[in-house]
Design a protein around this ligand. Structure first.
Ligand code: NAD
Length: 294
């Protein structure tokens, strides 16, 4: 089925995602505050509206890919132009509580709501290989799934509103903590005279195996494609990891869950992203964990 999609937020992620919806044959009308983002999306076949309200005016699906929960809640408050019954899909990473408020706002205005945050980063957005974690009721999920499948490789129904965001922050809490654990192990190995390659060969096929080690290895050498081999350029920005861990830590506090390592990882990444780590892949945290830099 072909949809008319109002797409708000055509940034690093939203731009290529909107382009993939165009490739799948949908009519996509986009809007972004940034002229550069609008121009890049237009070059990919996205029609550009003069305002968010105009972008959603004829839409039966409204998709948002915005920086924070504040942006999403503000937008949802303003998108009253959308036709009654439109399917609102928010793919931004925001707090579980904000996702539930956004869904309530949409439903109160006569629409339907889905939270569908992603993992896979900009390369995944460009290659339409993202993983979507979805919070929605069965009927809305069934309608959203083929659209999300046009932008990704996996679409997982995690539960009702907010469950997609819950899965996203829990997954990224595992990732943030495991990257620090892998980094500390390499640093300890260095002090014990153990080569990076030897530790990698053992841990990557033993019980220390994890994505942080085998795909995004924080030291250069063992995994040629990991950002460590290019001075930590590109990859998953430390600032985004800090953001996601902050959301996880706030959720843990709200639920009275201790999550001590998640909380500590959140502190370390927040400090790193504000300082040396600004603009670097999150695996560069290892550079702050050695004796002379700690
Ligand atoms: P980005 O900053 O590149 O894009 C966000 C866009 O939203 C910008 O172009 C900005 O101009 C636009 N915008 C802000 N307010 C607006 C408004 N009111 N109306 C219209 N446009 C508005 O960010 P991004 O990297 O594309 O990330 C978007 C979301 O995806 C974030 O929630 C982020 O946490 C999440 N995410 C990002 C990645 C990644 O690797 N970049 C991976 C997974 C999830």
């Amino acid at each position: 089925m072909t949809h008319s999609i109002g797409f708000i937020g055509l940034g690093n992620m939203g731009g290529p995602m909107a382009a993939n919806l165009v490739k799948a044959g949908h009519r996509v009308i986009g809007y972004d505050l940034s002229a550069e983002a609008r121009d890049l999306a237009a070059a990919q076949g996205v029609m550009i509206a003069v305002s968010a309200a105009e972008a959603v005016g004829e839409a039966d699906v409204v998709l948002t890919m915005l920086p924070t929960g504040r942006h999403v809640l503000d937008s949802y408050g303003e998108l009253t132009e959308a036709a009654t019954g439109a399917l609102f899909i928010d793919c931004s990473t925001i707090a579980v509580g904000d996702a539930r408020v956004a869904a309530d706002l949409a439903r109160t205005a006569g629409h339907r709501a889905v939270d569908a945050p992603v993992s896979g980063g900009v390369p995944g957005a460009e290659a339409a290989s993202l993983t979507f974690m979805v919070g929605a009721d069965e009927a809305d999920f069934a309608e959203a799934e083929p659209l999300l499948a046009a932008m990704g490789r996996r679409v997982v129904h995690c539960g009702s509103s907010g469950a997609g965001q819950a899965a996203k922050i829990c997954n990224n809490m595992i990732l943030g903590v495991s990257m620090i654990a892998v980094s500390e192990a390499f640093v300890l190995g260095e002090s014990l005279g153990l080569s990076h390659q030897a530790l990698f060969e053992v841990a990557s096929t033993a019980s220390g195996q994890c994505w942080a080690l085998t795909s995004n290895c924080p030291v250069p050498g063992p995994v040629p494609g990991s950002p460590a081999n290019r001075d930590y350029a590109g990859g998953f920005a430390a600032a985004l990891m800090a953001k996601d861990l902050g959301l996880a830590a706030a959720a843990a506090a709200a639920c009275d869950v201790p999550a001590e390592l998640g909380g500590r990882a959140s502190e370390l990444y927040a400090a790193f992203a504000e300082g040396a780590g600004a603009g670097l892949d999150f695996s560069a945290i290892i550079t702050t964990l050695r004796k002379d830099t700690a």
